[in-house]
Design a protein around this ligand. Structure first.
Ligand SMILES: NC(=O)c1ccc[n+]([C@@H]2O[C@H](COP(=O)([O-])OP(=O)(O)OC[C@H]3O[C@@H](n4cnc5c(N)ncnc54)[C@H](O)[C@@H]3O)[C@@H](O)[C@H]2O)c1
Length: 305
């Protein structure tokens, strides 16, 4: 698993190990942390996905690859599109090329719904025309392109899974809106909302994303398949702020509105019908359950000092 020491990886590695898989993680620990895998019976190799030799070593004897490693920030990609390109496009190419050389049976890739498709009328699905409005979205589309091409040209059985906005345990090192809101509440700062609060996202719990990725590994879908794994529910940023404030028991915590930021889509949520049909994927954690549970995790693991 590339990027397995990150937020999504922390849940997914545990799940795979618990189901009897042997897991080797390749991670450069740029945004991830070895502590995310503390006490987990998985092998952690420090290395970079841009390094073909490191990939050859890491993939030796592996029947499948889950490719999570990425420069994962939309805003980061606007500030530094070159690094985003190198990690997400060149890095993904190198992972696919190493998988081809190693004869790996299945490659599951982490992709994204909102940033890749851009401003479209939701719900988006696999037939929506991708028109990325950020370098991050473009880089993920390029990765999907290579995955499809490697499936058709070399028979690498790729499946790209486009996530909604993932939240849940181990997200504390990310700059995602849920943890930023929780940190603001904890420190007494106002919740900062960019735009007028009507922009929306599809918030999906990391347990559901881990299920989708595991199903992508196990189910026999044709190489080159692209699927959306999402909650299917549209949540505006104002609604999310309310969910976070209520979860923390501070329903009147102040909100500060600032101008909308470049590269961010307006409305987004996705249909997961195809993932349901092909993988049997269905989200199980509603936002009403998942947000309070995540606040609880922050209380126990992040804000305890
Ligand atoms: N979190 C979300 O809301 C979300 C939404 C859509 C898609 N995704 C995708 O899911 C995947 C996992 O995201 P995450 O939220 O866990 O992010 P994360 O930043 O927590 O995890 C990424 C991991 O990749 C590692 N990494 C980064 N660059 C690397 C490199 N060059 N070589 C080796 N390792 C490297 C990091 O150290 C980190 O452990 C990414 O591909 C991301 O684009 C995430």
């Amino acid at each position: 698993m590339t990027g397995g020491a990150g937020f999504v990886g922390a849940t997914l590695v545990r799940r795979l190990v618990a189901s009897g898989c042997r897991v080797r993680v390749l991670d450069n620990l740029s945004t991830g942390d070895a502590a995310h895998l503390a006490g987990v019976d998985a092998e952690l190799v420090k290395g970079d996905i841009r390094d073909a030799a490191a990939l050859d070593d890491a993939l030796a004897g592996m029947p499948a690859v889950i490719h999570l490693a990425a420069a994962g920030s939309v805003i980061g990609s606007v500030q530094d599109p070159g690094t985003n390109f190198e990690v997400n496009v060149l890095g993904t190419f190198r992972v696919l090329d190493a998988a081809r050389r190693a004869g790996v049976g299945r490659v599951v890739l982490a992709s994204t719904g909102g940033a890749l498709i851009g401003d479209a009328t939701p719900p988006v699905d696999e037939r929506s025309l991708p028109k990325p409005i950020s370098p991050y979205g473009a880089s993920k589309l390029a990765g999907e392109g290579y995955a499809h091409a490697f499936a058709k040209t070399y028979g690498v059985r790729t499946v790209a899974i486009r996530f909604g906005n993932v939240y849940g345990p181990w997200c504390a090192r990310k700059r995602g809106v849920v943890n930023v809101f929780f940190e603001s509440i904890h420190s007494g700062a106002p919740l900062v909302v960019y735009g007028d609060g009507t922009s929306s996202r599809d918030y999906v719990h990391v347990d559901d994303i881990a299920s989708a990725l595991q199903l992508g590994l196990e189910k026999d879908v044709p190489g080159g398949t692209v699927l959306h794994a999402a909650s299917g529910v549209e949540t505006t940023v104002t609604e999310l702020a309310d969910l976070c404030r209520r979860a923390a028991g501070v329903p009147d915590h102040p909100i500060e509105y600032r101008p909308k930021r470049a590269g961010e889509v307006g409305r987004n949520f996705a249909s997961f019908d195809l993932a349901h049909q092909l993988l049997g994927y269905a989200p199980t954690v509603t936002r009403e359950v998942g947000i309070p549970r995540t606040w609880q995790w922050f209380q126990e693991e992040v804000f305890r000092d």
